[in-house]
Ligand binder design. Structure first.
Ligand SMILES: [Zn+2]
Length: 289
């Protein structure tokens, strides 16, 4: 799984390095004090003392005790959209800094897609394609990989069409993404498919989709489809979109709502699971748009 990628081990702690450098000076000073010429001893102890003070200062600035060194082999973390975050449980922030304080949109516009978190987007997509008239069965693949919605017709055995929905506001759909989707369609002998994203398609990806019988639906395309629904259906979709803490992301591993955390006093904030460190799923904090 994409989130199972492990953190590269051995990111060295500078404080520990400096403290380690003091050891040879201390040992040599001790040996000379006991056995040999003592003229150098004060200088050796002085250097060791400076290194120890420097190391301790670095340690204090990091704001963590030495025994909390992170064991990478026991944890997993995510690299969604290229952001690498530490998966240990950082400090909980009292109020999420990126919480979108603007009021919910009254009608379907791009603001709704930007306001809602990934799991809510998937729920809205599933509802939308169920409203189109076919029986919809969805299969979620997590925050990054989106959801596949299999559409069944009463008149045919097996799925009649497939819809892939991805909440990718900041990352365009590539030709590789379209190719993977087409492979899945072919494997299930499907001639019709829709690739929906809350963001955009790369121009070549859009062309490939067209020549492969795939309906490439970007954020505006999704809004156009929603605009064809009845007023009642649009209202239903909007109330589902904005129910509860629509802005707070869901954990991709355990399904609980996440909490904003900060790795250290000056560190970057990120979304961490409320069950951290037992659940190590993280997501980057997106800038409010
Ligand atoms: Zn979790």
């Amino acid at each position: 799984m994409w989130w199972a990628r492990r953190r590269r081990p051995g990111k060295t702690d500078p404080a520990r390095q400096v403290l380690g450098m003091a050891i040879p000076f201390l040992v040599l000073g001790g040996v000379l004090l006991a056995t040999g010429p003592r003229a150098l001893v004060p200088y050796l102890f002085l250097v060791a003392g400076v290194l120890l003070a420097w190391g301790l200062l670095l340690r204090l600035r990091q704001g963590k005790p030495a025994e909390s060194a992170f064991d990478s082999s026991q944890h997993r973390n995510t690299s969604m959209l290229g952001s690498q975050l530490d998966s240990r449980a950082g400090d909980l922030l009292p109020e999420p800094s990126n919480r979108n304080l603007r009021p919910p949109a009254g009608v379907w516009t791009m603001q709704v897609l930007r306001d809602i978190e990934w799991r809510r987007f998937e729920t809205v997509c599933t509802m939308l394609f169920a409203q189109v008239g076919l029986e919809a069965r969805s299969e979620s693949h997590g925050a990054e990989d989106g959801i596949d919605i299999w559409l069944y017709s009463q008149h045919a055995e097996g799925p009649a069409a497939l819809v892939r929905c991805r909440h990718w506001l900041d990352k365009p759909v590539s030709t590789q993404d379209v190719r993977e989707f087409h492979t899945l369609m072919t494997r299930h002998k499907l001639l019709r498919g829709t690739y929906a994203t809350s963001g955009k398609f790369k121009p070549q990806a859009r062309e490939l989709a067209k020549s492969s019988g795939i309906n490439a639906m970007d954020g505006l395309g999704l809004l156009a489809l929603i605009s064809q629904r009845t007023p009642q259906q649009k209202k239903e979709l909007l109330s589902i979109a904005y129910e509860g803490e629509y802005w707070r992301p869901t954990c991709g591993l355990c399904g609980r709502k996440m909490a904003e955390r900060r790795a250290s006093r000056r560190g970057k904030t990120y979304w961490g699971c409320v069950d951290a460190p037992n659940c190590a799923f993280t997501l980057p904090v997106r800038k409010p748009s």
